[in-house]
Design a protein around this ligand. Structure first.
Ligand SMILES: [Fe+2]
Ligand SMILES: [Fe+2]
Length: 481
């Protein structure tokens, strides 16, 4: 399997049949016609329900026809359900409600949903997703709301809203088609699991493409929803000019959902997006700048909910800053190594991500001696340093830690690359160990050695955690950052 393609074949049954069996009690799936394999052997006769046993029989077969065309999922979501659930999500949160009315979005959303149909096979998949991965489904609703809303505010043409809406809604349907141990991997992701997880955007694109109603912009946005403009994304480590604006808005919205709703990381406050966006200015292209400007508009900024928080201790911030300084030390060698492989895409991703990190250090002074001197000075002059200032620095440092995590995901991929010389591989391994002490639970199993020890109740990847409603820890691994 290459880095940018997947093994997905529309006619081959995969993990999705197991998911269909999982929802048998609420949404039984029935064969609407006889289902044959490509040799003409009858696998399932018309009217049969996909149970666990049937799924076991159907999985990994090459079918005569796409499975989708021969099944009916009962109690499928309707367009009204999608609309009502989206409105419920938005109405329940004052900050989202504020953006919703600022963009005068209610009418637009209704028009969007009723002007062009959502293909029934997509609604079918979303129905299954809403059952087996409820948080991924919620995030999809959120994106189907925020992406076209931002397009509207950015002044895009009305015709693009449908692409924006559908990209938001369907971007993660590929997650149901990859092996479940990759989508719900334990925290020590192996090379194979990571490779499988990486394909989910491409799988989603392939499924949507075959419906023949979506624009290229929409399909590219889905395929690129994990790409980042600093080349730290996946699966293709694209550079900013290769990622279309819809993809940038979508990938940002996907992250903003997590910052808002993630059971542990989420703060339920759009105000918290600000420091994240500031630290990630180069990550989502112009989308982050637009969002920042929007949140800082007086009629929005003054009305965003403000959370009561316990003040941040000066010592905590000082500790965080020295930790970031040590992380910057750690990446110097990595930058050197990456520099040896200018033709390897992952290596270029590593270099570019490091230069972005260094830019943040130079421009904002995070992890710098200057900041630690200031913190020491503030300790002796408490009356001159403000609580707000400290908490702002704390947020920025926290945000930076996530960027380091993303860098380490790339470093692990570089380690796994067959292009790497053995001595460089050994150096990265050493760096990885040093880094793990500073960023606990980096989510990879470098040599597959931890896999045996990993228990099934271990922490899960970000996407999968979202699916299982499992609360992640602050240092929880993430495939997205
Ligand atoms: Fe995704
Ligand atoms: Fe997503």
């Amino acid at each position: 399997m290459s880095e940018e393609t997947s093994d997905y074949q529309p006619n081959q049954t995969d993990e999705y049949v197991n998911h269909l069996a999982e929802v048998k009690d609420t949404n039984p799936t029935t064969a609407s016609e006889d289902i044959y394999n490509d040799q003409g052997v009858l696998l399932l006769s018309k009217g049969s329900v996909i149970t666990k046993r049937v799924a076991g029989h159907l999985i990994h077969h090459q079918l005569k026809k796409e499975l989708d065309q021969s099944i009916v999922v009962a109690n499928t979501l309707t367009v009204y359900d999608v609309l009502n659930q989206t409105l419920e999500l938005v109405e329940s949160e004052p900050d989202l409600r504020l953006l919703h009315s600022h963009a005068d979005f209610e009418v637009t959303l209704r028009q969007l949903l009723f002007n062009k149909p959502i293909p029934s096979q997509i609604l079918q998949r979303l129905t299954v997703m809403s059952r087996v991965m409820p948080l991924v489904y919620q995030r999809s609703l959120f994106c189907s709301w925020l992406v076209p809303l931002l397009c509207k505010l950015m002044g895009h043409h009305y015709n693009t809203y449908f692409s924006a809406f559908s990209a938001g809604l369907a971007h993660d349907i590929g997650l149901m088609h990859i092996p479940v141990e990759a989508a719900t991997a334990t925290q020590d992701l192996t090379k194979q699991q990571w490779r499988a997880l990486k394909t989910h955007p491409i799988v989603a694109r392939m499924i949507l493409e075959s419906r023949n109603i979506y624009s290229d912009d929409m399909l590219n946005a889905v395929a690129d929803h994990h790409e980042r403009c600093d080349r730290s994304g996946y699966p293709a480590y694209k550079a900013s000019q290769q990622v279309n604006q819809l993809a940038q808005i979508l990938s940002m919205s996907d992250q903003l959902f997590k910052l808002y709703f993630d059971p542990e990381r989420g703060q339920k406050s759009a105000h918290e997006w600000i420091s994240y966006l500031e630290i990630n200015l180069g990550t989502f292209g112009s989308a982050s700048e637009f969002m920042l400007a929007l949140l800082k508009k007086p009629d929005i900024a003054d009305r965003l909910s403000v959370q009561e928080k316990t003040p941040v201790e000066l010592e905590t911030v000082a500790k965080e800053n020295s930790q970031i300084a040590r992380l910057f030390d750690c990446i110097r060698d990595l930058d050197e190594i990456a520099g040896h492989y200018p033709r390897v895409k992952i290596a270029r991703g590593v270099s570019e991500t490091i230069s972005q990190l260094n830019w943040v250090k130079d421009s904002a002074g995070l992890g710098s001696d200057h900041l630690s001197e200031w913190l020491t000075w503030s300790k002796d002059n408490p009356e001159d340093s403000s609580e707000a200032e400290l908490s702002e620095i704390h947020n920025l440092l926290q945000g930076l830690r996530w960027r380091f995590r993303r860098l380490w995901r790339l470093a692990v991929e570089l380690y796994w690359s067959d292009k790497l010389e053995a001595k460089h591989q050994a150096q990265i391994k050493k760096q990885f160990d040093a880094m793990s002490a500073l960023l606990p639970n980096l989510c990879f199993d470098l040599d597959g050695s931890k896999q045996a020890a990993a228990s099934s109740d271990g922490a899960k990847t970000d996407e999968a955690k979202a699916g299982s409603n499992e609360p992640p820890a602050e240092q929880a691994p993430t495939t997205e950052g």
